[in-house]
Design a protein around this ligand. Structure first.
Ligand code: DAT
Ligand code: MG
Length: 230
């Protein structure tokens, strides 16, 4: 139960703020409380604690002093959190016919596709993409593999998309990747792990700029956005 100790109008407001929909009351009872000094009457509705709904202290909510309804939407806050990631179905994924399955996992998760193409890449592009691995013994084989057939290049956008995509993809070694991940479900060897995902938001931007030309990316608003984000 909340504690009501206010003696002024301001204190009444402060007290009533304690009764937000997140207050963990167990029933829908209405209570009238009268403070002794100010005769300020506070009527509060006790809400059931609906665990399916997140706390109204969530980042994208702001409370109104007049209504306690969490209705203010702050799109500029979300815009500053949106990342891009470069996802690529490698030649083995294309040859094995799992392109649709891989795209579908990102679509179903709720991320936004902003670029998509089938592409046969040059040795130079593959080497630039994997430049951080240039000194690794497997580098020449990796470049041969990536250039051995067409790849499917994708740009995906969303809040937390880089880290989430890495989880959807799974560990580099498919035998270590969890079941339910792309590599965990569809591959058996590191050298044929069928999909690439950027490892940081910075690399997401770098790789999208490397693989896509100007005009190949689309800015659009999916109609399902209100069903994915509050
Ligand atoms: P990831 O693709 O999970 O980001 P990475 O960036 O370390 O992994 O390596 C890029 C790719 O290089 C990886 O998908 C497959 C290949 N690779 C990595 N380690 C390898 C190894 N030990 N032997 C053969 N290929 C390897
Ligand atoms: Mg990597």
């Amino acid at each position: 139960m909340g504690v009501f100790a206010g003696t002024t109008a301001a204190a009444c407001v402060t007290s009533s703020l304690a009764l937000t929909p997140t207050t963990p009351f167990s029933s829908n009872k209405r209570t009238t409380i009268t403070t002794s000094s100010s005769k300020c009457r506070i009527r509060a509705t006790h809400h059931q604690n609906l665990t399916a709904f997140p706390s109204t202290s969530h980042l994208f909510y702001a409370k109104s002093l007049r209504t306690t309804k969490p209705r203010i939407f702050l799109p500029h806050l979300i815009a500053s959190l949106v990342d891009q990631t470069y996802i690529m179905v490698k030649p083995d994924g294309v040859q094995r016919g799992v392109v649709g399955d891989i795209i579908s996992r990102f679509e179903k998760k709720g991320f936004k596709l902003t670029g998509l193409k089938l592409y046969q890449c040059s040795k130079d592009l593959a080497e630039e993409h994997y430049k951080d691995l240039k000194l690794k013994s497997f580098f020449p084989k990796l470049i041969d593999y990536i250039t051995s057939g067409p790849v499917v290049c994708m740009a995906w956008e969303g809040v937390g998309v880089v880290a989430s995509a890495r989880k959807l993809i799974g560990a580099t070694d498919p035998l270590q990747a969890e079941p339910g991940t792309i590599r965990g479900d569809l591959a058996v060897q590191t050298g044929r792990n069928i999909v690439h995902g950027s490892d940081s938001p910075e690399n997401g931007k770098r790789e999208i700029a490397l693989w896509f030309k100007e005009g190949e990316l689309c800015e659009w608003t999916p109609v399902l956005t209100p069903w994915l984000r509050e």
